[in-house]
Design a protein around this ligand. Structure first.
Ligand code: ZN
Length: 242
């Protein structure tokens, strides 16, 4: 049993590496998603401001055209005045001209206000384009790094998986099944050493009777408190003791 558990411990090393690398890859993939969402959101903001600008500009064109037409009317009416002899008709025409000029002054004011709004819109558009460019530049650079890291992780995981597979062939299938269940339930730690009577998984004391059985290594023994697979690890002599 001792040999099987030692092999199981090296299987666990491979599994821990795979788990750790997969976690790191998950974080990188989440970063890709987050950054791409940021770029998309900025693009959407830009599209909104662009649409706002286009709408205002269309309104400006319409008002400018109207102003031109109305100004032409004033000119026409002035020319007509030269041909009119009746005072009454002249007065009526003058009133019409005054009315149109009043309307045109109003139109001009609206146009000025629109131009100011267009200018503010254009400034905001420029600022947002700048922000988008910065985001995209930074992201392009970071994306290259992330892709290289992900490729490195994929290679390391493939290597560790191959190692795991070759280790697994040396183990009893039922033992692997039990191990895998504990591995997933106990946060990627299923096989732990007992050092000086203490489980290194949960740091609880192992009862002396169980401790003796662990040292004998005749059967599979689980920690009574954390239910991990226990194995005996003789104390390593430190330099001081030598
Ligand atoms: Zn334990």
């Amino acid at each position: 049993m001792r040999e099987q558990i030692e092999i199981l411990a090296s299987l666990q090393n491979a599994d821990r590496e795979i788990k750790e690398k997969s976690g790191a890859k998950g974080e990188l993939l989440a970063e890709i998603e987050k950054r791409e969402e940021e770029v998309q959101a900025k693009n959407a903001e830009l599209a909104t401001v662009r649409a706002e600008w286009a709408e205002k500009d269309k309104l400006r064109q319409e008002k400018e055209q109207l102003l031109q037409e109305e100004s032409r009317k004033v000119t026409d009416k002035r020319m007509r005045m030269n041909r009119i002899k009746s005072i009454k008709e002249l007065q009526a025409l003058q009133r019409e001209i005054d009315q149109t000029k009043l309307g045109n002054a109003q139109l001009e004011e609206e146009l000025i206000k629109l131009m100011e709004e267009l200018e503010a819109c254009a400034a905001s558009l420029g600022a947002k384009e700048e922000e988008l460019k910065k985001l995209e530049d930074a992201w392009r650079e970071r994306r290259g790094e992330i892709e290289a890291q992900v490729a490195g992780i994929d290679r390391a995981v493939a290597d560790a998986s191959a190692v795991r597979q070759s280790i697994a062939t040396q183990l009893n299938g039922e033992l692997i099944g039990r191990y895998e269940l504990i591995f997933s339930r106990r946060g990627g730690m299923a096989v732990v050493a007992v050092s000086e009577g203490i489980c290194q998984g949960c740091f609880m004391n192992i009862p002396p009777q169980l401790w003796n059985e662990i040292i004998k290594s005749e059967k599979l023994i689980l920690c009574p408190s954390c239910h991990r697979i226990l194995y005996y690890k003789p104390p390593v002599p430190s330099d001081r003791q030598l």
